[in-house]
Design a protein around this ligand. Structure first.
Ligand code: MSP
Length: 508
């Protein structure tokens, strides 16, 4: 089966920060997990390069939009291997192949009668590149997200008849309770639709940095129409000489933050309906990573607020896996939550270094010391079986709904269970009593086996350290990451273990 997952395409008006890494890692965890299930996965990310935010940032910096886009797109591209995002393609909306496909789809929407010319007047945020509805305007006509004054704009535009999709969108939400996840975001999107839809402007006449409107080349498309279509257009040119649209459209998951819910949960399905294209299966809307400012108040991390935690610094010191783990452990995926260097250091030391890293090194050391470096080839301890029963299915069911934090929590409960098991069995005591030799072998095989199962399940979260640990456990089977194999007792004993440097060194 095919599984297609996307991130938002990021604006190139700024360099990447932890917020961008966060969404991308979330999508990557889903992509890696689905590969473990034998799915054909396509994982897309990229950059949103047109529109006012980019044109204005370029002007401020005294460069052309193309120069700015090239410079910052490269930084986003470099971010991907750095965070171990196993992307299949990186789309840039300045790619002429994208523009061509945008024009094709938009022409179809025009031909289907969903576009007309009208006059637009309203409050506009140049950073959001969005006209604000009355409910979205902050005190004194400001943008509640960027805290900057809104511009009063009036221009002749092409309009998209969003209002005519009211009934179809209501039917979509009535019929598919999992179209938007989690539930609270579904309700928000549903309320937006029931509140009544207004037509939206589809083109800008004043701007030249964009995709020209094919039926009126004096205009370029409003950047959101161009941007949303990336999810669809990329499939047609991501592979040279191949069109992946048939294989992967519609997308299974669009993952994003709650700031762009309206565009994805309302505009996007309406655009696809207008173009007679199938709708994505799910949108997963996560919350914001927040950081406390000097006064102790929490803010969404963003470049413009200047309170950014640099993911590169964190990764340089503690490794990529530590960042990946922390983000999804500390903040429940779907909710807002604070991140800080303090809680990072705590979780690193107590969970990654002690609970997991130490479990791994103890297990390997004891197999080295008491069993000649070979995992005992005996049956696993029946006492541990109930704790591991059905764990792979449990994790898979949660990740089917992108419940990344909950799935990690279920895995971590078992990491803790294995740590208790070590204390209960105290293999170092068993080793002193020759009459306990069989129990010792059972214990150490069970530990190695439990660790193997958990490591397979953790591999989407911690791709680097889990690969090292599976190497050290002597698991050389070709598809050692297959989810089918994450069954306690399925792994045979008898493997010779290898060396393992501390997975999460305390001195980091
Ligand atoms: N270009 C648009 C998206 C177009 S998608 C068709 C855009 N770009 S953005 O660069 O502003 O990225 C916004 C996204 O970055 C959020 O939806 C979220 O995925 C991620 N995040 C940015 N800051 C974040 C936090 N502080 N916390 C969590 N996610 C954050 O909007």
């Amino acid at each position: 089966m095919a599984f297609y997952v996307t991130t938002p395409i990021y604006y190139v008006n700024a360099a990447p920060h932890l917020g961008h890494a966060y969404t991308t890692i979330g999508a990557d965890i889903l992509a890696r997990h689905m590969r473990q299930r034998g799915e054909q996965v396509f994982f897309l990310t990229g950059t949103d390069e047109h529109g006012e935010p980019v044109a204005q940032a370029a002007e401020r910096e005294g460069v052309t939009p193309t120069e700015l886009a090239d410079r910052n797109a490269a930084r986003f591209q470099d971010l991907m291997p750095r965070i171990n995002a196993s992307i299949d393609y990186f789309i840039r909306t300045s790619d002429p192949r994208h523009a061509q496909r945008v024009q094709d789809v938009m022409q179809r929407i025009f031909d289907n009668g969903h576009v007309y010319k009208g006059m637009y007047e309203g409050w506009y945020c140049p950073r959001c590149a969005d006209f604000k509805t009355d409910a979205e305007i902050g005190p004194g006509n400001t943008c509640p997200i960027h805290l900057i004054p809104l511009d009063r704009e009036r221009e002749e535009n092409w309009f998209f008849r969003l209002s005519s999709f009211q009934d179809q969108l209501e039917a979509l939400y009535d019929g598919r309770s999992d179209f938007v996840l989690p539930r609270v975001r579904f309700n928000e999107a549903r309320a937006f639709i029931t509140g009544g839809l207004q037509d939206v402007s589809l083109s800008r006449a004043k701007l030249s940095w964009g995709v020209p409107v094919p039926w009126d080349p004096q205009h370029v498309f409003y950047v959101w129409f161009d941007a949303l279509l990336n999810y669809f257009t990329a499939l047609s040119f991501a592979r040279d000489g191949e069109d992946l649209t048939q294989a992967f459209w519609p997308a299974d998951f669009h993952v994003m933050g709650k700031d762009i819910l309206k565009f994805h949960a309302v505009f996007w399905p309406a655009m696809l309906l207008a173009a007679d294209l199938p709708l994505p299966r799910h949108l997963f809307i996560h919350g914001f990573l927040l950081m406390k400012d000097a006064a102790g108040d929490e803010h969404k991390m963003s470049k413009s607020l200047g309170n950014v935690l640099d993911p590169f610094e964190v990764m340089d010191t503690f490794g990529t896996d530590a960042l990946r783990y922390y983000c999804f452990r500390e903040v429940s995926f779907g909710l807002d939550g604070s991140v800080s260097t303090t809680t990072f250091a705590e979780r690193y030391a107590s969970e990654l270094a002690n609970e997991y890293g130490n479990l791994a090194s103890r297990t390997l050391n004891m197999i080295g010391r008491y069993c000649g470096g070979v995992v005992p080839d005996v049956a696993v301890d029946p006492e541990l079986r109930p704790d591991f029963e059905g764990i792979a299915t449990e994790v898979a069911e949660l990740l089917d709904r992108a419940e990344i934090t909950q799935a990690l929590d279920r895995i971590w409960q078992r990491v803790r269970r294995l740590n208790r098991y070590v204390e209960e069995r105290a293999p170092w005591k068993l080793a002193k009593d020759p009459a306990q030799a069989a129990t010792l072998e059972t214990t150490l095989h069970s530990l190695a086996e439990g660790l193997r199962v958990l490591t397979v399940l953790l591999s989407p979260y911690l791709p680097e350290s889990t690969a090292k640990l599976l190497d050290a456990l002597g698991d050389e089977s070709g598809d050692r990451l297959a989810l089918d194999g994450a069954v306690f007792g399925a792994g045979a004993g008898g493997a010779a273990i290898g060396e393992l440097a501390p997975l999460f060194p305390k001195s980091a």
